[in-house]
Design a protein around this ligand. Sequence first.
Ligand code: AMP
Length: 175
Amino acid sequence: MTLEELKTYVRDIPDFPKPGIVFKDITPLVGSGPALAEVVGRIGDRYRGSIDTVLGIESRGFIVGAPVAHRLGLGMTVVRKPGKLPGDTLAADYELEYGTDRLEIHRDAFGKKSRVLIVDDLLATGGTASAAIELVRRLGGEVAGCAFIIELGFLKGRQRLGDVEVFSLLGYDGE
Ligand code: AMP
């Protein structure tokens, strides 16, 4: 499947969750076997042999992260919203395109010096991913890259992630 075809599975929902935001709904993409396989294949194959674990960001990052890890024969770990993880955690605060929030990770999520691929559905301002990067580094991990299905290029989130390699499948340059 081409990237142009893949893009037809992303549905725009205007003014959700608040006026002025165009929400990129990936449920049609995830609901299609061929489209989901295309996403998992393209992200997984890019990082084959160069990572030790996959870190999924709650909650849509879990949908992509687990099958990517499985494809590579690796395990997966998670960053979650506050109060969800039962063990000993580290926290980082961040700003969203619409609001502020906090992410937490288990302190024993991965071994020191692990090469970690951070995965989420969408890169907007980069606040969420930069909090995940901070958590990986505070735990002694190495961020091997950040992979997304969608990148809203006009929000320049990539710049906020510094020298971390950013890989996205579908770019949107207009608002
Ligand atoms: P940001 O921290 O600004 O890069 O926002 C990325 C996070 O917010 C991701 O977890 C996305 O799922 C979600 N998000 C932000 N903007 C949108 C949007 N326009 N459509 C869908 N999800 C979004």
